[in-house]
Design a protein around this ligand. Sequence first.
Ligand SMILES: Cc1cc2nc3c(=O)[nH]c(=O)nc-3n(C[C@H](O)[C@H](O)[C@H](O)COP(=O)(O)OP(=O)(O)OC[C@H]3O[C@@H](n4cnc5c(N)ncnc54)[C@H](O)[C@@H]3O)c2cc1C
Ligand code: SF4
Length: 568
Amino acid sequence: MANFNIDAKKDMTYDAIVIGSGISGGWAAKELCESGLKTLVLERGRLVEHVIDYPTMNNDPWDTELRGAAAAEELKERQINARTGFVGENNIHFFAKDDENPYKEVKPFMWVRANQMGGRSLLWGKQCYRWSDLDFEANAKDGHGVDWPIRYNDIKDWYTYVEKFAGISGEAIGLPQLPDSHFLPPMELNCVEKDVKKRIEKEFPGRNMIIGRVAHLTEPLNGRGQCQSRNRCDRGCPYGAYFSSNAVTLPAANATGNLTIRPFSLADSIIYDEEKGKAVGVRVIDSETKEVLEYYAKIVFCNASTIGTTQLLLNSTSNRFENGLGNDSGELGHNLMDHTYRVGAMGKFEGHEDGYYKGRRPNGIYIPRYRNIDEKSTTDKFLRGYGYQGGAGRANWGAGANQEAFGGEFKDALMKPGDWEFFITGFAECLPYHENQVSLDKDKLDKWGRPTLVIDAEFKENELAINKQIQIDAVEMLEKAGLKDIVGFDNEHGMGYGIHEMGTARMGKDPKTSVLNATNQVHAVKNVFVTDGACMTSSSCVNPSLTYMALTARAANHAVSELKKKNL
Ligand SMILES: Cc1cc2nc3c(=O)[nH]c(=O)nc-3n(C[C@H](O)[C@H](O)[C@H](O)COP(=O)(O)OP(=O)(O)OC[C@H]3O[C@@H](n4cnc5c(N)ncnc54)[C@H](O)[C@@H]3O)c2cc1C
Ligand code: SF4
Protein backbone atom coordinates (compact mmCIF):
# COMPACT_ATOMS: atom_id res chain seq x y z
CA MET A 1 0.00 0.00 0.00
CA ALA A 2 1.32 3.44 -0.89
CA ASN A 3 2.51 5.65 1.92
CA PHE A 4 0.36 8.73 1.26
CA ASN A 5 2.35 10.94 3.63
CA ILE A 6 5.60 10.25 1.79
CA ASP A 7 3.91 10.70 -1.60
CA ALA A 8 2.31 13.96 -0.49
CA LYS A 9 5.64 15.28 0.78
CA LYS A 10 7.29 14.33 -2.51
CA ASP A 11 4.70 16.38 -4.39
CA MET A 12 5.61 19.37 -2.26
CA THR A 13 9.37 18.96 -2.70
CA TYR A 14 11.59 20.85 -5.15
CA ASP A 15 15.32 21.41 -5.50
CA ALA A 16 14.96 25.13 -4.84
CA ILE A 17 12.33 27.58 -3.64
CA VAL A 18 12.36 31.25 -4.63
CA ILE A 19 10.14 33.58 -2.61
CA GLY A 20 8.91 36.49 -4.74
CA SER A 21 8.90 36.95 -8.51
CA GLY A 22 10.01 40.59 -8.85
CA ILE A 23 13.30 41.82 -10.26
CA SER A 24 15.56 39.73 -8.04
CA GLY A 25 13.26 36.67 -7.77
CA GLY A 26 12.98 36.48 -11.56
CA TRP A 27 16.76 36.32 -11.84
CA ALA A 28 17.02 33.67 -9.12
CA ALA A 29 14.40 31.56 -10.92
CA LYS A 30 16.15 31.88 -14.28
CA GLU A 31 19.59 30.99 -13.00
CA LEU A 32 18.45 28.06 -10.84
CA CYS A 33 16.18 26.60 -13.55
CA GLU A 34 18.87 26.96 -16.21
CA SER A 35 21.24 25.07 -13.92
CA GLY A 36 18.81 22.17 -13.94
CA LEU A 37 17.19 22.67 -10.54
CA LYS A 38 13.46 22.01 -10.23
CA THR A 39 12.44 25.39 -8.86
CA LEU A 40 9.26 26.56 -7.17
CA VAL A 41 8.54 30.29 -7.22
CA LEU A 42 6.16 31.35 -4.47
CA GLU A 43 4.35 34.57 -5.32
CA ARG A 44 1.89 36.15 -2.89
CA GLY A 45 -0.12 37.83 -5.65
CA ARG A 46 -1.83 36.81 -8.86
CA LEU A 47 -0.33 35.55 -12.10
CA VAL A 48 0.44 38.27 -14.66
CA GLU A 49 1.22 36.74 -18.04
CA HIS A 50 3.36 38.87 -20.33
CA VAL A 51 1.12 40.81 -22.79
CA ILE A 52 -2.02 38.75 -22.00
CA ASP A 53 -2.45 40.48 -18.65
CA TYR A 54 -1.62 44.03 -19.70
CA PRO A 55 -5.22 45.23 -20.25
CA THR A 56 -4.38 48.94 -20.56
CA MET A 57 -1.13 48.75 -22.57
CA ASN A 58 -2.60 50.35 -25.69
CA ASN A 59 -5.09 52.74 -24.09
CA ASP A 60 -5.21 56.25 -25.43
CA PRO A 61 -6.60 59.03 -23.21
CA TRP A 62 -10.00 58.81 -24.88
CA ASP A 63 -10.18 55.05 -24.17
CA THR A 64 -10.38 55.59 -20.43
CA GLU A 65 -13.32 56.85 -18.45
CA LEU A 66 -11.36 59.26 -16.31
CA ARG A 67 -8.77 60.24 -18.97
CA GLY A 68 -6.05 58.52 -16.98
CA ALA A 69 -6.89 59.63 -13.44
CA ALA A 70 -7.50 56.86 -10.90
CA ALA A 71 -11.00 56.43 -9.48
CA ALA A 72 -11.42 57.75 -5.95
CA GLU A 73 -12.67 54.40 -4.51
CA GLU A 74 -9.68 52.54 -5.96
CA LEU A 75 -7.26 55.17 -4.67
CA LYS A 76 -8.76 54.83 -1.20
CA GLU A 77 -7.54 51.23 -1.12
CA ARG A 78 -4.04 52.36 -2.09
CA GLN A 79 -3.47 55.50 -0.03
CA ILE A 80 0.19 54.67 0.56
CA ASN A 81 1.14 53.91 -3.05
CA ALA A 82 -0.90 56.94 -4.13
CA ARG A 83 1.55 59.20 -2.30
CA THR A 84 4.02 58.52 -5.12
CA GLY A 85 1.84 60.48 -7.52
CA PHE A 86 2.42 57.67 -10.05
CA VAL A 87 -0.87 55.83 -9.57
CA GLY A 88 -3.40 56.34 -12.37
CA GLU A 89 -6.28 54.65 -14.16
CA ASN A 90 -3.98 52.69 -16.47
CA ASN A 91 -1.59 51.21 -13.90
CA ILE A 92 -3.53 51.09 -10.64
CA HIS A 93 -4.05 47.31 -10.94
CA PHE A 94 -0.26 46.83 -10.58
CA PHE A 95 -0.04 48.68 -7.23
CA ALA A 96 -0.80 46.71 -4.05
CA LYS A 97 -3.77 47.49 -1.83
CA ASP A 98 -2.79 48.79 1.60
CA ASP A 99 -4.57 46.04 3.53
CA GLU A 100 -2.46 43.35 1.83
CA ASN A 101 0.43 44.23 4.12
CA PRO A 102 -0.53 46.90 6.65
CA TYR A 103 2.24 48.53 8.68
CA LYS A 104 2.69 51.22 11.27
CA GLU A 105 4.75 54.28 10.38
CA VAL A 106 6.41 55.58 13.52
CA LYS A 107 7.82 58.29 11.25
CA PRO A 108 6.50 58.80 7.73
CA PHE A 109 7.68 55.94 5.50
CA MET A 110 6.13 55.27 2.12
CA TRP A 111 6.45 51.57 1.34
CA VAL A 112 5.58 51.10 -2.34
CA ARG A 113 4.51 47.58 -3.18
CA ALA A 114 3.37 45.64 -6.23
CA ASN A 115 2.08 42.27 -5.13
CA GLN A 116 1.73 40.18 -8.26
CA MET A 117 3.88 38.07 -10.53
CA GLY A 118 6.66 40.39 -11.66
CA GLY A 119 6.41 42.61 -8.58
CA ARG A 120 7.71 46.13 -9.16
CA SER A 121 9.57 45.06 -12.31
CA LEU A 122 6.35 46.03 -14.12
CA LEU A 123 6.41 49.55 -12.70
CA TRP A 124 10.02 50.55 -12.25
CA GLY A 125 11.79 53.46 -13.98
CA LYS A 126 14.48 51.12 -15.42
CA GLN A 127 17.42 53.43 -14.59
CA CYS A 128 20.43 51.12 -14.31
CA TYR A 129 23.86 52.09 -12.98
CA ARG A 130 26.75 50.00 -11.79
CA TRP A 131 28.13 50.63 -8.33
CA SER A 132 31.87 51.24 -7.98
CA ASP A 133 34.49 50.78 -5.30
CA LEU A 134 33.64 54.29 -4.14
CA ASP A 135 30.43 52.63 -2.93
CA PHE A 136 31.76 49.27 -1.78
CA GLU A 137 34.57 50.93 0.23
CA ALA A 138 32.52 53.80 1.68
CA ASN A 139 31.57 52.18 5.00
CA ALA A 140 35.13 50.99 5.64
CA LYS A 141 36.51 54.46 4.90
CA ASP A 142 34.22 56.64 7.00
CA GLY A 143 33.25 54.08 9.64
CA HIS A 144 29.47 54.11 9.16
CA GLY A 145 27.85 50.68 9.11
CA VAL A 146 30.10 47.67 8.50
CA ASP A 147 32.44 46.92 5.62
CA TRP A 148 31.04 45.19 2.56
CA PRO A 149 32.48 41.68 2.22
CA ILE A 150 32.85 42.25 -1.54
CA ARG A 151 34.42 44.78 -3.89
CA TYR A 152 33.63 45.87 -7.44
CA ASN A 153 35.89 43.20 -8.91
CA ASP A 154 33.83 40.46 -7.23
CA ILE A 155 30.70 41.56 -9.03
CA LYS A 156 32.02 43.20 -12.22
CA ASP A 157 31.59 40.14 -14.46
CA TRP A 158 28.15 39.49 -13.03
CA TYR A 159 27.09 43.00 -14.00
CA THR A 160 28.17 42.23 -17.56
CA TYR A 161 26.37 38.90 -17.43
CA VAL A 162 22.99 40.37 -16.39
CA GLU A 163 23.34 43.43 -18.64
CA LYS A 164 23.85 41.26 -21.72
CA PHE A 165 20.60 39.43 -21.04
CA ALA A 166 18.51 42.31 -19.68
CA GLY A 167 19.57 44.84 -22.33
CA ILE A 168 20.80 48.19 -21.00
CA SER A 169 21.09 51.20 -23.30
CA GLY A 170 23.55 53.96 -22.55
CA GLU A 171 26.78 55.72 -23.34
CA ALA A 172 30.24 54.67 -22.10
CA ILE A 173 32.24 57.60 -20.73
CA GLY A 174 34.84 55.88 -18.55
CA LEU A 175 34.13 57.45 -15.15
CA PRO A 176 35.68 55.52 -12.25
CA GLN A 177 32.80 56.44 -9.90
CA LEU A 178 30.19 55.16 -12.37
CA PRO A 179 31.63 52.18 -14.27
CA ASP A 180 30.31 51.68 -17.79
CA SER A 181 27.95 48.83 -18.47
CA HIS A 182 27.76 46.50 -21.44
CA PHE A 183 25.63 48.89 -23.48
CA LEU A 184 23.12 48.81 -26.30
CA PRO A 185 23.14 52.08 -28.29
CA PRO A 186 22.17 55.10 -26.17
CA MET A 187 18.92 57.01 -26.55
CA GLU A 188 19.38 60.56 -27.83
CA LEU A 189 19.43 63.79 -25.85
CA ASN A 190 17.01 66.38 -27.24
CA CYS A 191 18.24 69.72 -28.63
CA VAL A 192 17.88 71.62 -25.34
CA GLU A 193 19.53 68.84 -23.33
CA LYS A 194 22.45 68.90 -25.77
CA ASP A 195 22.88 72.64 -25.18
CA VAL A 196 22.54 72.38 -21.40
CA LYS A 197 25.06 69.51 -21.37
CA LYS A 198 27.61 71.60 -23.28
CA ARG A 199 27.22 74.53 -20.90
CA ILE A 200 27.32 72.52 -17.67
CA GLU A 201 30.37 70.53 -18.77
CA LYS A 202 32.16 73.76 -19.80
CA GLU A 203 31.30 75.73 -16.65
CA PHE A 204 31.87 72.88 -14.18
CA PRO A 205 34.91 70.81 -15.13
CA GLY A 206 34.52 67.33 -13.66
CA ARG A 207 30.73 67.29 -13.99
CA ASN A 208 29.11 65.31 -16.79
CA MET A 209 25.62 65.17 -18.18
CA ILE A 210 24.70 61.99 -20.02
CA ILE A 211 21.59 60.27 -21.30
CA GLY A 212 20.12 57.96 -18.63
CA ARG A 213 21.27 54.35 -18.67
CA VAL A 214 18.09 52.33 -18.93
CA ALA A 215 16.87 48.74 -19.24
CA HIS A 216 15.15 49.50 -22.56
CA LEU A 217 16.06 47.82 -25.82
CA THR A 218 17.29 50.27 -28.44
CA GLU A 219 17.69 47.31 -30.76
CA PRO A 220 15.97 43.90 -30.72
CA LEU A 221 17.39 41.28 -28.35
CA ASN A 222 16.56 37.59 -27.87
CA GLY A 223 13.18 37.87 -29.58
CA ARG A 224 12.18 41.03 -27.72
CA GLY A 225 11.28 44.13 -29.73
CA GLN A 226 12.91 47.54 -29.76
CA CYS A 227 11.45 50.34 -27.63
CA GLN A 228 8.94 52.48 -29.57
CA SER A 229 9.20 55.52 -27.23
CA ARG A 230 5.58 55.43 -26.15
CA ASN A 231 6.32 55.97 -22.44
CA ARG A 232 3.46 53.70 -21.39
CA CYS A 233 5.75 51.23 -19.69
CA ASP A 234 4.00 50.99 -16.33
CA ARG A 235 1.04 49.30 -18.03
CA GLY A 236 3.26 46.49 -19.38
CA CYS A 237 5.03 46.60 -22.74
CA PRO A 238 3.54 44.68 -25.71
CA TYR A 239 7.02 44.44 -27.30
CA GLY A 240 8.84 43.28 -24.16
CA ALA A 241 11.09 46.27 -24.80
CA TYR A 242 11.87 47.03 -21.17
CA PHE A 243 13.23 44.61 -18.63
CA SER A 244 10.63 42.95 -16.41
CA SER A 245 10.50 39.51 -14.85
CA ASN A 246 7.35 38.83 -16.86
CA ALA A 247 8.94 39.59 -20.25
CA VAL A 248 12.51 38.43 -19.66
CA THR A 249 13.64 36.22 -16.79
CA LEU A 250 10.52 34.18 -15.99
CA PRO A 251 9.95 33.14 -19.66
CA ALA A 252 13.61 32.04 -19.76
CA ALA A 253 13.14 30.04 -16.56
CA ASN A 254 9.93 28.54 -17.92
CA ALA A 255 11.61 27.49 -21.16
CA THR A 256 13.80 25.04 -19.20
CA GLY A 257 10.80 22.99 -18.08
CA ASN A 258 12.10 23.28 -14.51
CA LEU A 259 9.89 26.14 -13.29
CA THR A 260 6.72 25.95 -11.22
CA ILE A 261 5.09 29.23 -10.21
CA ARG A 262 2.55 29.11 -7.42
CA PRO A 263 0.55 32.36 -7.26
CA PHE A 264 -1.50 33.44 -4.21
CA SER A 265 1.21 31.87 -2.06
CA LEU A 266 2.15 34.07 0.84
CA ALA A 267 5.42 32.78 2.29
CA ASP A 268 4.82 32.98 6.02
CA SER A 269 8.07 31.60 7.43
CA ILE A 270 11.08 29.46 6.61
CA ILE A 271 11.08 26.02 8.22
CA TYR A 272 14.31 25.43 10.12
CA ASP A 273 15.34 21.89 11.08
CA GLU A 274 17.21 22.02 14.42
CA GLU A 275 18.84 18.61 13.92
CA LYS A 276 20.03 19.22 10.38
CA GLY A 277 21.01 22.79 11.25
CA LYS A 278 19.51 24.07 8.02
CA ALA A 279 16.31 25.23 6.38
CA VAL A 280 14.17 22.47 4.90
CA GLY A 281 11.34 24.44 3.35
CA VAL A 282 8.82 27.25 3.50
CA ARG A 283 5.49 27.53 5.29
CA VAL A 284 2.95 29.13 2.97
CA ILE A 285 -0.50 30.61 3.43
CA ASP A 286 -2.73 30.40 0.39
CA SER A 287 -3.71 34.05 0.21
CA GLU A 288 -7.13 33.24 -1.24
CA THR A 289 -8.22 30.27 0.90
CA LYS A 290 -5.96 30.87 3.94
CA GLU A 291 -4.95 27.18 3.79
CA VAL A 292 -1.52 26.60 5.33
CA LEU A 293 0.85 24.46 3.27
CA GLU A 294 4.48 23.40 3.51
CA TYR A 295 6.91 23.18 0.59
CA TYR A 296 10.36 21.64 0.86
CA ALA A 297 13.66 22.23 -0.92
CA LYS A 298 17.42 22.03 -0.55
CA ILE A 299 17.88 25.78 -0.92
CA VAL A 300 15.67 28.82 -0.36
CA PHE A 301 16.11 32.19 -2.07
CA CYS A 302 14.44 35.16 -0.36
CA ASN A 303 13.36 37.77 -2.92
CA ALA A 304 10.20 39.19 -1.37
CA SER A 305 11.67 42.75 -1.66
CA THR A 306 13.77 44.40 1.04
CA ILE A 307 11.15 44.81 3.74
CA GLY A 308 9.07 41.80 2.69
CA THR A 309 12.06 39.50 3.04
CA THR A 310 13.00 40.84 6.45
CA GLN A 311 9.40 40.50 7.62
CA LEU A 312 9.56 36.85 6.57
CA LEU A 313 12.91 36.23 8.31
CA LEU A 314 11.76 37.97 11.52
CA ASN A 315 8.67 35.77 11.43
CA SER A 316 10.75 32.57 11.01
CA THR A 317 11.38 31.74 14.65
CA SER A 318 12.52 28.49 16.24
CA ASN A 319 14.31 27.38 19.41
CA ARG A 320 17.60 28.12 17.69
CA PHE A 321 16.50 31.49 16.30
CA GLU A 322 14.08 33.06 18.75
CA ASN A 323 14.41 36.52 17.19
CA GLY A 324 14.21 35.59 13.55
CA LEU A 325 16.10 33.28 11.22
CA GLY A 326 19.81 34.02 11.12
CA ASN A 327 19.50 36.88 13.60
CA ASP A 328 22.50 35.98 15.79
CA SER A 329 23.91 39.48 15.31
CA GLY A 330 20.69 41.29 16.29
CA GLU A 331 21.06 43.30 13.06
CA LEU A 332 18.07 41.75 11.27
CA GLY A 333 15.56 44.56 10.68
CA HIS A 334 18.15 47.31 11.24
CA ASN A 335 20.03 49.73 8.98
CA LEU A 336 17.09 50.49 6.69
CA MET A 337 18.12 52.92 3.93
CA ASP A 338 16.56 54.74 0.95
CA HIS A 339 17.72 57.58 -1.30
CA THR A 340 16.67 61.16 -0.68
CA TYR A 341 14.69 62.48 -3.63
CA ARG A 342 12.51 65.42 -4.63
CA VAL A 343 15.11 68.16 -4.15
CA GLY A 344 16.43 70.07 -7.16
CA ALA A 345 15.68 72.96 -9.50
CA MET A 346 13.79 73.80 -12.67
CA GLY A 347 13.85 76.65 -15.18
CA LYS A 348 12.90 77.82 -18.67
CA PHE A 349 15.18 77.58 -21.68
CA GLU A 350 15.12 80.33 -24.26
CA GLY A 351 15.80 79.25 -27.85
CA HIS A 352 15.05 76.19 -29.98
CA GLU A 353 11.47 77.46 -30.32
CA ASP A 354 11.29 75.66 -33.65
CA GLY A 355 12.77 72.47 -32.17
CA TYR A 356 10.87 69.44 -30.97
CA TYR A 357 11.45 65.76 -30.28
CA LYS A 358 9.89 62.66 -31.71
CA GLY A 359 7.92 60.27 -29.52
CA ARG A 360 7.84 60.04 -25.74
CA ARG A 361 11.32 58.94 -24.76
CA PRO A 362 10.97 56.88 -21.55
CA ASN A 363 14.22 58.24 -20.17
CA GLY A 364 15.92 61.44 -19.07
CA ILE A 365 19.39 62.80 -18.38
CA TYR A 366 21.82 61.79 -15.66
CA ILE A 367 24.49 63.83 -13.89
CA PRO A 368 26.81 61.36 -12.14
CA ARG A 369 28.19 62.00 -8.66
CA TYR A 370 30.98 64.58 -8.54
CA ARG A 371 31.33 65.31 -4.78
CA ASN A 372 33.57 63.38 -2.38
CA ILE A 373 35.02 61.28 -5.17
CA ASP A 374 38.66 62.34 -4.72
CA GLU A 375 40.71 64.75 -2.63
CA LYS A 376 39.86 67.75 -4.81
CA SER A 377 36.12 67.19 -4.65
CA THR A 378 35.94 66.43 -0.93
CA THR A 379 33.74 68.62 1.25
CA ASP A 380 33.51 68.65 5.04
CA LYS A 381 29.80 69.50 4.91
CA PHE A 382 28.66 65.88 4.53
CA LEU A 383 29.78 62.34 3.77
CA ARG A 384 29.12 60.45 0.51
CA GLY A 385 27.37 62.00 -2.50
CA TYR A 386 24.53 62.42 -4.96
CA GLY A 387 23.66 62.35 -8.66
CA TYR A 388 20.85 64.03 -10.58
CA GLN A 389 18.14 62.78 -12.91
CA GLY A 390 16.00 65.11 -15.02
CA GLY A 391 15.41 66.32 -18.55
CA ALA A 392 14.02 68.93 -20.90
CA GLY A 393 10.59 69.01 -22.47
CA ARG A 394 8.06 71.44 -23.86
CA ALA A 395 5.36 72.56 -21.45
CA ASN A 396 1.67 73.05 -22.03
CA TRP A 397 1.40 70.41 -24.75
CA GLY A 398 -1.57 68.88 -22.97
CA ALA A 399 -2.80 72.11 -21.41
CA GLY A 400 -6.07 72.08 -23.33
CA ALA A 401 -6.95 68.51 -22.40
CA ASN A 402 -8.95 69.41 -19.33
CA GLN A 403 -10.39 72.70 -20.50
CA GLU A 404 -14.01 73.19 -21.35
CA ALA A 405 -13.52 75.25 -24.50
CA PHE A 406 -14.23 75.20 -28.22
CA GLY A 407 -13.59 77.18 -31.39
CA GLY A 408 -10.80 77.77 -33.85
CA GLU A 409 -8.59 79.72 -31.47
CA PHE A 410 -8.73 76.96 -28.91
CA LYS A 411 -7.90 74.35 -31.54
CA ASP A 412 -4.95 76.40 -32.79
CA ALA A 413 -3.63 76.76 -29.25
CA LEU A 414 -3.79 72.98 -28.82
CA MET A 415 -1.38 72.59 -31.73
CA LYS A 416 1.33 74.75 -30.17
CA PRO A 417 3.82 73.43 -27.66
CA GLY A 418 4.75 75.75 -24.79
CA ASP A 419 8.12 76.90 -23.46
CA TRP A 420 11.09 74.60 -23.13
CA GLU A 421 11.55 73.62 -19.48
CA PHE A 422 14.45 71.79 -17.87
CA PHE A 423 14.65 70.25 -14.41
CA ILE A 424 17.01 68.15 -12.31
CA THR A 425 16.28 66.20 -9.10
CA GLY A 426 18.97 64.77 -6.84
CA PHE A 427 19.22 61.22 -5.52
CA ALA A 428 21.47 61.12 -2.44
CA GLU A 429 23.09 58.33 -0.49
CA CYS A 430 21.67 57.56 2.96
CA LEU A 431 23.95 56.27 5.70
CA PRO A 432 23.17 52.93 7.36
CA TYR A 433 21.87 53.87 10.82
CA HIS A 434 21.29 51.01 13.24
CA GLU A 435 18.22 52.79 14.67
CA ASN A 436 16.45 52.98 11.29
CA GLN A 437 14.57 49.73 11.55
CA VAL A 438 11.61 47.47 10.89
CA SER A 439 10.20 45.17 13.57
CA LEU A 440 7.19 42.91 14.08
CA ASP A 441 4.09 43.88 16.03
CA LYS A 442 2.90 40.50 17.30
CA ASP A 443 -0.23 42.05 18.80
CA LYS A 444 -1.46 43.46 15.53
CA LEU A 445 -2.07 40.82 12.87
CA ASP A 446 -2.92 41.13 9.19
CA LYS A 447 -5.89 39.38 7.62
CA TRP A 448 -3.87 36.18 7.29
CA GLY A 449 -2.94 36.20 10.97
CA ARG A 450 0.69 37.31 10.42
CA PRO A 451 2.33 39.90 12.66
CA THR A 452 2.31 43.30 10.98
CA LEU A 453 5.33 45.53 10.62
CA VAL A 454 6.41 48.65 12.44
CA ILE A 455 8.70 50.88 10.39
CA ASP A 456 10.69 53.45 12.32
CA ALA A 457 13.17 55.28 10.10
CA GLU A 458 14.14 58.80 9.08
CA PHE A 459 16.76 60.78 7.20
CA LYS A 460 19.23 62.44 9.53
CA GLU A 461 21.71 65.30 9.61
CA ASN A 462 23.98 63.97 6.86
CA GLU A 463 21.14 63.40 4.39
CA LEU A 464 19.63 66.81 5.16
CA ALA A 465 23.01 68.48 4.64
CA ILE A 466 23.33 66.72 1.27
CA ASN A 467 19.84 67.87 0.30
CA LYS A 468 20.80 71.49 0.96
CA GLN A 469 23.80 71.13 -1.35
CA ILE A 470 21.72 69.37 -3.99
CA GLN A 471 19.48 72.40 -4.25
CA ILE A 472 22.33 74.93 -4.21
CA ASP A 473 24.22 73.06 -6.94
CA ALA A 474 21.08 72.51 -9.00
CA VAL A 475 20.23 76.22 -9.04
CA GLU A 476 23.83 77.14 -9.82
CA MET A 477 24.09 74.67 -12.71
CA LEU A 478 20.84 75.89 -14.24
CA GLU A 479 21.94 79.52 -13.90
CA LYS A 480 25.27 78.86 -15.61
CA ALA A 481 23.47 76.86 -18.29
CA GLY A 482 21.52 80.03 -19.11
CA LEU A 483 18.08 78.95 -17.92
CA LYS A 484 15.57 81.59 -16.87
CA ASP A 485 12.91 81.80 -14.12
CA ILE A 486 14.82 79.24 -12.08
CA VAL A 487 13.08 77.79 -9.05
CA GLY A 488 14.91 75.60 -6.53
CA PHE A 489 12.71 73.10 -4.70
CA ASP A 490 12.90 70.88 -1.64
CA ASN A 491 9.72 68.87 -1.34
CA GLU A 492 10.45 67.66 2.15
CA HIS A 493 9.72 64.01 2.54
CA GLY A 494 10.18 61.04 4.79
CA MET A 495 11.87 57.86 3.66
CA GLY A 496 10.41 55.60 0.99
CA TYR A 497 9.89 58.20 -1.76
CA GLY A 498 13.11 57.14 -3.47
CA ILE A 499 11.49 53.63 -3.74
CA HIS A 500 15.02 52.30 -3.23
CA GLU A 501 14.61 50.80 0.23
CA MET A 502 17.69 48.79 1.15
CA GLY A 503 19.33 47.07 4.12
CA THR A 504 17.75 45.26 7.13
CA ALA A 505 19.63 41.96 6.51
CA ARG A 506 23.02 43.28 5.56
CA MET A 507 26.01 41.44 4.10
CA GLY A 508 29.22 41.60 6.09
CA LYS A 509 32.45 39.86 6.94
CA ASP A 510 31.61 39.21 10.58
CA PRO A 511 28.59 37.09 11.66
CA LYS A 512 28.54 39.10 14.90
CA THR A 513 27.60 42.29 13.06
CA SER A 514 25.87 41.14 9.88
CA VAL A 515 23.25 38.68 8.67
CA LEU A 516 24.68 37.50 5.33
CA ASN A 517 28.09 36.46 4.06
CA ALA A 518 29.89 37.48 0.87
CA THR A 519 27.74 35.17 -1.28
CA ASN A 520 24.41 36.29 0.25
CA GLN A 521 24.01 33.21 2.45
CA VAL A 522 22.59 33.62 5.94
CA HIS A 523 25.75 33.21 8.06
CA ALA A 524 24.23 30.56 10.33
CA VAL A 525 21.92 28.89 7.76
CA LYS A 526 23.95 28.54 4.60
CA ASN A 527 21.17 27.12 2.44
CA VAL A 528 19.10 30.31 2.79
CA PHE A 529 20.06 33.13 0.40
CA VAL A 530 18.87 36.75 0.50
CA THR A 531 19.56 38.61 -2.74
CA ASP A 532 17.06 41.45 -2.83
CA GLY A 533 17.68 44.92 -1.39
CA ALA A 534 17.66 43.56 2.17
CA CYS A 535 21.23 42.38 1.63
CA MET A 536 22.67 45.83 0.99
CA THR A 537 25.34 47.07 3.37
CA SER A 538 25.32 50.67 2.15
CA SER A 539 23.11 52.55 -0.30
CA SER A 540 25.36 54.35 -2.85
CA CYS A 541 23.54 57.22 -4.59
CA VAL A 542 22.67 55.34 -7.76
CA ASN A 543 19.61 53.22 -8.46
CA PRO A 544 20.10 49.79 -6.92
CA SER A 545 18.15 47.20 -8.92
CA LEU A 546 20.92 46.38 -11.41
CA THR A 547 23.09 45.48 -8.41
CA TYR A 548 20.35 43.19 -7.02
CA MET A 549 20.29 41.43 -10.41
CA ALA A 550 24.06 40.93 -10.45
CA LEU A 551 24.21 39.78 -6.81
CA THR A 552 21.33 37.37 -7.42
CA ALA A 553 22.89 35.75 -10.50
CA ARG A 554 26.20 35.46 -8.63
CA ALA A 555 24.60 33.92 -5.52
CA ALA A 556 22.45 31.50 -7.55
CA ASN A 557 25.49 30.21 -9.41
CA HIS A 558 27.35 29.86 -6.11
CA ALA A 559 24.39 27.93 -4.66
CA VAL A 560 24.40 25.51 -7.58
CA SER A 561 28.13 24.92 -7.27
CA GLU A 562 27.84 24.38 -3.49
CA LEU A 563 24.97 21.95 -4.04
CA LYS A 564 27.10 19.98 -6.50
CA LYS A 565 29.86 19.80 -3.89
CA LYS A 566 27.25 18.66 -1.36
CA ASN A 567 28.08 21.60 0.89
CA LEU A 568 24.46 22.64 1.37
C1 LIG B 1 7.67 53.72 -9.81
C2 LIG B 1 8.96 53.02 -9.50
C3 LIG B 1 10.13 53.44 -10.14
C4 LIG B 1 11.34 52.79 -9.86
N1 LIG B 1 12.45 53.13 -10.59
C5 LIG B 1 13.61 52.44 -10.42
C6 LIG B 1 14.72 52.70 -11.26
O1 LIG B 1 14.66 53.51 -12.18
N2 LIG B 1 15.87 52.00 -11.04
C7 LIG B 1 15.98 51.09 -10.03
O2 LIG B 1 17.06 50.53 -9.86
N3 LIG B 1 14.91 50.80 -9.24
C8 LIG B 1 13.74 51.44 -9.41
N4 LIG B 1 12.64 51.14 -8.64
C9 LIG B 1 12.80 50.14 -7.57
C10 LIG B 1 12.69 48.73 -8.10
O3 LIG B 1 11.42 48.51 -8.61
C11 LIG B 1 12.98 47.75 -6.95
O4 LIG B 1 14.28 48.02 -6.46
C12 LIG B 1 12.95 46.31 -7.42
O5 LIG B 1 11.74 45.98 -8.02
C13 LIG B 1 13.19 45.40 -6.23
O6 LIG B 1 13.21 44.07 -6.67
P1 LIG B 1 12.80 42.91 -5.68
O7 LIG B 1 12.95 41.64 -6.39
O8 LIG B 1 13.54 43.10 -4.42
O9 LIG B 1 11.30 43.22 -5.28
P2 LIG B 1 9.97 43.45 -6.11
O10 LIG B 1 10.25 43.72 -7.53
O11 LIG B 1 9.19 44.44 -5.35
O12 LIG B 1 9.25 42.04 -6.03
C14 LIG B 1 8.91 41.41 -4.80
C15 LIG B 1 7.93 40.30 -5.09
O13 LIG B 1 7.79 39.50 -3.93
C16 LIG B 1 6.41 39.21 -3.71
N5 LIG B 1 6.27 38.95 -2.27
C17 LIG B 1 6.42 39.83 -1.26
N6 LIG B 1 6.26 39.22 -0.06
C18 LIG B 1 6.01 37.92 -0.33
C19 LIG B 1 5.78 36.78 0.48
N7 LIG B 1 5.79 36.85 1.82
N8 LIG B 1 5.53 35.59 -0.13
C20 LIG B 1 5.52 35.49 -1.48
N9 LIG B 1 5.75 36.55 -2.30
C21 LIG B 1 6.01 37.74 -1.73
C22 LIG B 1 5.69 40.46 -4.21
O14 LIG B 1 4.33 40.19 -4.50
C23 LIG B 1 6.53 40.79 -5.45
O15 LIG B 1 6.08 40.10 -6.59
C24 LIG B 1 11.40 51.75 -8.89
C25 LIG B 1 10.21 51.33 -8.26
C26 LIG B 1 9.00 51.96 -8.57
C27 LIG B 1 7.74 51.46 -7.91
S1 SF4 C 1 8.15 53.18 -24.16
FE1 SF4 C 1 9.21 51.44 -25.00
S2 SF4 C 1 9.42 49.99 -23.29
FE2 SF4 C 1 7.90 51.51 -22.70
S3 SF4 C 1 5.92 50.58 -23.27
FE3 SF4 C 1 6.59 51.84 -25.01
S4 SF4 C 1 7.73 50.46 -26.37
FE4 SF4 C 1 7.54 49.46 -24.37
